[in-house]
Design a protein around this ligand. Structure first.
Ligand SMILES: [Zn+2]
Length: 265
């Protein structure tokens, strides 16, 4: 889609900062209606953010045709994107706020967009669903058994609260089994797919530069989309490495997916 950056009066128009902001249009850009001084602050922000990124940039994750999550020599063809945000404390202002408190303040946030093949996406999605599936199956089965009047009666004969205790035990069991199944399956998938995004070489490089995963929890789960985010900071492909027409805004991606009857979540 044609980018409409037409405001040549903007102090940032056509500059490297404009390319790095990578907005679809001047309208809605952070620099819209800003004077030269305010634009200098924006340039300073963007320069600081880029100084914190790995030297080669992050576009290699999404600009190629191969899956960025496949392990081993042979990578499958990408057919979607796995999105995952990382945050960095702004070294100029927020250092003091980073402490033991969980509720951290990030000066910068940037989306990592991993080109992803069908197999890798399915593995992540299965891992995401497995705990809930296990819970539904085990709790459902327990409920079916306890709801049988003869069973319920014989349990109540032992103690009035026993049917409830059985259900609580079933809930605990499904939670525990869900964890066991998920860990076992993740370890198996991990031979072919980088299931722990924190182990990915790009994420490792980012973490060594002070970036953190914004999502809490041991294994961050990416969000999958058919079309990648193509506007905004961190989504630009440098001119020298420009990719063919394969870009859309999140809205476009959602519409496109609905048209195709696809739901990747
Ligand atoms: Zn893959």
């Amino acid at each position: 889609m044609e980018q409409e950056r037409t405001n040549r009066n903007c102090p940032l128009w056509g500059t490297e900062t404009c390319a790095r902001l990578n907005m679809r249009a001047c309208r809605g850009c952070p620099a819209e209606d800003k004077d030269a001084r305010e634009c200098d602050f924006i340039r300073d922000d963007i320069d600081t953010l880029y100084s914190l990124l790995p030297a080669g940039g992050i576009h290699s994750l999404f600009s190629g045709e191969e899956c960025a999550l496949c392990k081993g020599e042979w990578k499958r063809k990408k057919e979607s994107y796995a999105l995952f945000d990382m945050g960095h404390a702004d070294p100029r202002t927020t250092k003091k706020k980073l402490s033991l408190f969980r509720n951290k303040t990030y000066g910068f946030a940037i989306p990592l967009q991993f080109g992803c093949c069908r197999d890798c996406r399915r593995r992540f999605q299965l891992i995401g669903w497995l705990p809930m599936l296990t819970t539904i199956v085990i709790l459902g089965a327990a409920l079916l058994v306890v709801a049988q009047e003869p069973v319920a009666q014989s349990l109540r004969n032992v103690w009035r609260g026993l049917p409830l205790v059985v259900m609580v035990l079933a809930a605990l069991l499904s939670w525990g089994l869900g964890k066991v199944f998920t860990n076992a399956l993740r370890a198996r998938f991990n031979r072919h797919t980088c299931m722990d995004l924190r182990d990915h070489p790009m994420v490792q490089r980012m973490m060594s530069l002070g970036w953190e995963t914004i999502q809490e929890g041991k294994y961050p789960q990416p969000v999958f989309t058919r079309k990648r985010l193509s506007y905004g900071v961190g989504t630009a492909v440098p001119q020298t490495a420009a990719e063919p027409e394969d870009a859309a805004t999140p809205q476009d991606a959602a519409e496109k997916n609905m048209e195709n009857g696809e739901n990747l979540d």
